[in-house]
Design a binder for this molecule. Structure first.
Ligand code: SIN
Length: 333
């Protein structure tokens, strides 16, 4: 009993000290991310900063650090858990270490399109996943879209065999590693900030990215072929340090949550169009040839990568996979 009371007192003290910052002075929220300002996530971060500035002036200040300028892929999640930065929006592929369930988003050809992803994120199972890392001091606040991933390389990829023998840069995800192994390719984990150099130097010959990341990082300049595979999704979870977040005075937190809802709506409504605009820019640049797959070719990619589902079903949970599968309009047997 005494031990329990001591733990409760220690927790209360921690929350109070996190919150104290908010009560006595301006609460500073550092929001760090790894992409450019001119992307769905970059724009979302800036809109969050602007609305907080307009509505909570003097109470809360948001500092945005884009392009891995404060923390990068290698250290941002640990920095968040240590409260050195208070908000991040990592790609859903980067949470492997903290929860296995989110790997569902990396399964190849799991979602037909961004609409299907959206439906899953809004349903009970998707909402539940926002809370899947609270025991690790990470609280999910919202899902933000980027877009569907396209496969790029130094050679034209029309069929899965075309990828065999190539090295592809991947995010830090075991599912993505397995996906490329299915193609007879080698996956190389690399922080986002190093992708351009990795491709330019020939350390890797291919990658998978949504149009907005391809264009904003100028990856199309070092990838002469981009195949419109739409084989997976690259979305984000806006997260905070749980102790910090729950320590914010209730009224301020409620206002922050309302702003996040507004920003999330705007990001998710504009992400698809932003990606299509970047696709047009890449096409107009003439630097990279965009390859459109026939339905038969796309089916061949789907079949080649499908064994990855069985490989990860145990870790992710068949309930999560089923809940994700039913959001597609078409059946894929
Ligand atoms: C991001 O969009 O945050 C980066 C994703 C990646 O590492 O490929």
């Amino acid at each position: 009993m005494l031990k329990k009371l001591a733990v409760a007192a220690a927790c209360a003290l921690t929350l109070t000290s996190y919150a104290a910052v908010a009560q006595e002075s301006t609460l500073v929220i550092k929001l760090s991310h790894v992409v450019a300002d001119d992307t769905p996530k970059g724009q979302g971060a800036l809109m969050f900063q602007r609305l907080v500035d307009e509505r909570l002036e003097g109470k809360v200040r948001v500092e945005v650090y884009p392009n891995s300028s404060l923390y990068g892929d290698a250290n941002e999640l640990e920095a968040l858990r240590n409260n050195e930065v208070q908000m991040l929006a990592p790609s859903l592929a980067k949470f492997d270490q903290y929860t296995k369930q989110l790997q569902v988003f990396d399964l190849p050809f799991m979602f037909d399109d961004l609409e299907a992803v959206n439906r899953f994120q809004k349903r009970a199972k998707g909402r539940q996943l926002l809370r899947s890392m609270e025991d690790q001091n990470i609280v999910g606040l919202a899902y933000w879209h980027n877009g569907m991933k396209q496969m790029s390389a130094t050679k034209a990829l029309r069929l899965p065999d075309d990828a065999a023998g190539l090295k592809f840069r991947i995010q830090n995800s075991k599912v993505l590693d397995a996906q490329f192994a299915q193609l007879g390719a080698t996956a190389v984990k690399m922080p986002f900030a190093e992708v351009y150099k990795g491709l330019q130097s020939g350390q890797v010959q291919g990658a998978e990215n949504p149009w907005s990341n391809l264009y904003s990082q100028r990856l199309h300049e070092v990838q002469p072929f981009i195949t419109e595979t739409n084989h997976g999704v690259l979305d984000y979870m806006l997260i905070s340090n749980a102790r910090f977040w729950y320590g914010i005075p209730h009224q301020i937190r409620t206002e922050l949550e309302a702003i996040i809802d507004e920003v999330t709506y705007a990001v998710n409504r504009q992400a698809e169009e932003a990606n299509l605009a970047d696709r047009r820019r890449i096409e107009a640049s003439g630097k990279s040839q965009i390859i459109t797959l026939t339905p038969e070719q796309r089916q061949a990619w789907r079949e080649a990568m499908r064994p990855v589902w069985q490989q990860f079903e145990g870790e992710i949970g068949s309930d999560v996979i089923k809940a994700a599968q039913v959001v597609n309009r078409k059946r894929h047997d």
